[in-house]
Ligand binder design. Structure first.
Ligand code: ATP
Ligand code: MG
Length: 253
């Protein structure tokens, strides 16, 4: 029997201004429990701003955000995190001098302040194992490769025990083998029942993992629907996909 689609996140007419710049314009979107939503659009479209707005980094200038039935429009970042909203950063930012293990343990402690350092580190090992960084547990984060730091970012996000996980370009800068590996991890997370909103420029990955796609352009939501419909949408082709394919062809020379 198909499960009922319960809404977990809802943005209602959300705008975010930076001075005179309208980075998000009247965005209304809903995310259901368990889905993997792809958030795409050109550079500067407002994708990261949407994540920052939901997570309390740059709160909405107007509109309402609800998560798990609760109004979170004005919550602080740590409150959003403790409610079950977790995210990876487009620009990875580990504590550079901490070991990989301690970076993840710190995230675990942050989400459960009462936990002991010892049990946080124990838990951190399981997250590191999941992302394939067991062997690097004691290595200083600064010495990890970009692909490893991206996976560390994922382990940190998981240590926060998210109900909803935002992935902000976890594949950017990775080679095709690393992308394949990360894609497999995302599938496994979805299988665990974690709701995922992923910002991703690689359409191959988006089409492989996303059950739905939303498209931002100049801060506006210009499409939202089934992948097969969205990629044929003329406004999406004009605003983004045409440019993507043109860029890819240009890169091929
Ligand atoms: N903290 C900020 N202060 C001022 N302007 C900002 C801030 N954050 C984002 N912007 C601006 O808002 C717009 C949307 O930026 P955002 O980072 O959300 O785009 P994006 O869709 O994530 O792009 P990309 O694909 O390049 O990561 C851009 O014009 C950006 O310069
Ligand atoms: Mg971005």
């Amino acid at each position: 029997m198909p499960e009922m689609q319960h809404e977990i996140l809802h943005l209602s007419n959300v705008s975010r201004n930076f001075g005179g710049l309208r980075a998000l314009r009247d965005v209304s979107i809903s995310v259901s429990k368990g889905e993997v939503l792809g958030l795409i659009g050109p550079n500067g479209a407002g994708k990261t701003t949407l994540v920052n707005t939901v997570c309390g980094v740059t709160p909405a200038s107007a509109g309402v955000v609800t998560f798990d039935g609760r109004d979170i429009t004005r919550v602080k970042t740590y409150q959003a995190a403790r409610l079950g909203l977790s995210r990876t950063f487009q620009i990875v930012q580990p504590f550079a001098e901490f070991s990989a293990l301690d970076n993840v343990a710190a995230a675990a402690l942050f989400s459960q302040p009462g936990e002991s350092w010892k049990s946080a580190r124990l838990e951190a090992r399981t997250h590191l194992a999941f992302v394939g960084l067991e062997a690097q547990a004691d290595q200083c984060a600064a010495t990890l490769t970009l692909a490893m730091r991206k996976r560390l970012e994922l382990a940190k996000a998981l240590a926060m025990k998210p109900k909803l996980l935002f992935l902000d370009e976890v594949n950017a800068g990775l080679n095709s083998i690393e992308v394949e590996r990360a894609t497999k991890l995302i599938h496994q997370l979805a299988a665990r029942g974690i709701t995922i909103v992923m910002i991703e420029h690689l359409m191959k990955v988006v089409l492989n993992v996303c059950t739905r796609i939303a498209v931002l352009h100049n801060g506006e939501l210009i499409a939202d629907g089934a992948p097969r419909d969205v990629i044929k949408n003329q406004a999406v082709v004009d605003a983004y996909l045409g440019q993507q394919y043109a860029q890819r062809n240009a890169a091929r020379g």
